[in-house]
Ligand binder design. Sequence first.
Ligand SMILES: Cc1ncc(C[n+]2csc(CCOP(=O)(O)OP(=O)(O)O)c2C)c(N)n1
Length: 274
Amino acid sequence: MKKSVEELTQIAKVIRKDIITMLTESASGHPGGSLSAVEILTALYFNEMNVDPENPRDLNRDRFVLSKGHAAPALYSTLCRRGFFEAKELMTLRKINSNLQGHPNMNEVRGVDMSTGSLGQGISAAVGMAIAGKLDGKDYRVYTLLGDGELEEGQVWEASMAAAQYKLDNLTAFVDHNGLQIDGPCEEVMSAEPITDKFKAFRWNVIEIDGHNFEQIIDAVEQAKKTKGKPTMVVCKTIKGKGVSYMENQVGWHGSAPNQEQCDIALKEIGGEE
Ligand SMILES: Cc1ncc(C[n+]2csc(CCOP(=O)(O)OP(=O)(O)O)c2C)c(N)n1
């Protein structure tokens, strides 16, 4: 699927509105880090990735691992709008007996390639999938999305060393570099800076972009495909809570849901078609 930038922009609005309405309905969840990741997910699923909603376990499909699993609402909406399941299911987020639990479950949700939620583990699974692709002689690509707070996990750096060691040029990772984590700015809690230099030192190809700019995301993905012998890390400058003025850059919106009044304001601000 190759949607134009105009089409991607419209889809991103739908996904942002889904995130807000899902969280309002569930009265819990993570809006800030879901909203910062919307363009990255939209570009992957609606422009780049080879996936088939009719055959979600196709052995030759591209894989995506949401390593920052708490951004599940963004992934659920993206999969839903890409055709993996019906929109009415979104409103079951975090309810008892729903498939759409607070963090993604690969055994229950069509299109989810890895169960995540424990930060640091997703990239490690993605490395395993990329190694498997090489061993099986397949040409699928593996994508994974990490948070910048998540980079504080030692396991991320073990996975990164392994990815370089095994020359995983079929692996493209993104850091959602919104500068905030659960308790405050990453700089104050536990700085992973300089992120770009660290991944370069770990022998990755590293690209820095604006994570809300579709042209730059698509271009980075293409550059990654052309890079042979090493994995690519795309460090995406983003805004936590992007698209909702009262949530932007606010630590307090990491893990709290809007009420109905706040929901109405957010939906109006995001705009787009009804
Ligand atoms: C191993 C582990 N430790 C702690 C948590 C709790 N936790 C959930 S989100 C979060 C902060 C993550 O920050 P970041 O990766 O920057 O995510 P974003 O700001 O993009 O939402 C933490 C500590 C977790 N999910 N897993």
